[in-house]
Design a protein around this ligand. Structure first.
Ligand code: NAD
Ligand code: TDX
Length: 329
């Protein structure tokens, strides 16, 4: 299969591309190589892919690459909630206009699309309620990031209904694993410890996230690409709800530190309380199940990866922490 993978030099995209190449796919990556994208994340398969540095909003480029593909997997986006709060403009451009551009290209060339989205489009859930997100939960995004992802999802749904575009969508919970940018919660805390900084927890740390290993997310995407129903949305999650305080203390314990050796910092504006996914459509229809079900084991392997790959994340760390410091975080 010839795949065009947008955002394939980012965290989830690079892990996806590495797996897809090992499975025998022929892969072209389109990535703008923003601060979040990196050629090094594709180094293990560099001689077996085509990496095109370009913007997903460039209609002529996206159209010509799409014409040569059997399917497009669309990961490219601005992804960090704190950055969106500081400056939402690139989020509207890359996430909304970028998805529009991809949709017009797949419509023109009759190419299959899988659109990657997030559970954050559903807003948040109360802490003291067992309810989880399903495919029928109404959209209710809270942040500039999640509202642009929601807008993108709605464009995809409209292009399916209005133009018969052959697209599937997936909304996944919080990913962790190798190659995640050090701006995000888990790698930030690991690399804070590794560089002698104190880890930083927003507010009291009561907010709950539903964690999934990136390889389980990507395995689900491959199942959907193979057998997903056109027009269908699939929720991807590994049923691993944890509050941030617990994750912080677990990381510190696994790294041999005192579990309370961290700072409480200014909370995120509009901070979503809880995300939780009911993945039963995916498990019942497509038989997908997560493999990395031991979260502590997954965290231990992730810590080991960051310990062994300082050359990948080291050059990013100073700038990220300078930005956080400016925001009091
Ligand atoms: P990331 O920030 O690590 O990577 C994003 C990639 O997209 C980068 O390589 C960047 O250079 C590229 N990009 C950004 N704007 C672009 C543009 N205009 N043109 C071309 N390339 C551009 O993000 P990630 O965590 O790998 O997320 C990938 C996708 O998965 C996103 O759509 C995100 O919304 C979604 N998602 C992420 C998570 C998570 O926990 N990280 C969970 C659910 C869904
Ligand atoms: O230093 C920190 N301290 C802290 O307490 C950081 C960076 C985050 N947090 C908190 C905020 C969140 O409650 O940890 C939680 C996770 O934060 P992020 O890693 O920024 O993830 P989140 O905001 O939940 O969004 C992520 O999951 C859904 C991805 O960044 C999105 O792209 C994805 O759609």
């Amino acid at each position: 299969m010839r795949l065009l993978v947008t955002g394939g030099a980012g965290f989830i995209g690079a892990n996806f591309v590495q797996d897809a190449v090992r499975d025998g796919a022929s892969v072209t990556v389109l990535d703008a190589l923003t601060y979040a994208g990196s050629r090094e994340s594709l180094a293990p398969v560099a001689d077996r892919i085509r990496l095109v540095e370009g913007d997903v909003c460039d209609a002529a480029l996206v159209s010509s690459l799409t014409a040569d593909a059997d399917a497009v997997v669309h990961f490219a986006a601005e992804t960090h909630v704190d950055n969106a709060l500081a400056d939402p403009a690139p989020f509207v451009q890359s996430n909304v206009v970028g998805t529009f551009t991809v949709l017009e290209a797949v419509r023109r060339h009759g190419v299959r699309l899988h659109h990657i989205s997030t559970d954050e489009v559903y807003g948040d859930l109360p802490l003291d309620d067992p309810a989880r997100f399903t495919e029928n939960t109404p959209y209710n995004p809270s942040s500039p990031y999640s509202s642009t992802k929601a807008a993108a999802d709605l464009l995809v749904r409209a292009w399916v209904r209005s133009y018969g575009v052959h697209a599937t969508l997936s909304n996944c919970s919080n990913n962790y694993g190798p190659y995640q940018h050090v701006e995000k919660f888990i790698p930030r805390q690991i690399t804070n410890v590794l560089t002698g900084r104190r880890p930083k927890l927003y507010g009291a740390g009561a907010n709950v996230r539903d964690w999934i290993h990136v390889d389980d997310h990507n395995a689900a995407v491959r199942r959907i690409l193979a057998d997903g129903k056109a027009g269908q949305t699939y929720l991807i999650g590994a049923q691993c709800e944890q509050n941030n305080l617990t994750v912080m203390r677990t990381l510190l314990r696994l790294m041999g530190r005192d579990p309370d050796d961290f700072d409480h910092v200014t909370d995120r504006a509009g901070h979503d309380l809880r995300y939780a996914i009911d993945p039963s459509t995916l498990t019942d229809e497509l038989g997908w199940k997560p493999v990395h079900t031991d979260f502590e084991d997954g965290l231990r392997n992730t810590i080991d990866w960051y310990r062994a790959n300082e050359s990948w994340w080291g050059p990013l760390k100073e700038q990220v922490e300078a930005n956080y410091q400016e925001r009091g975080q």
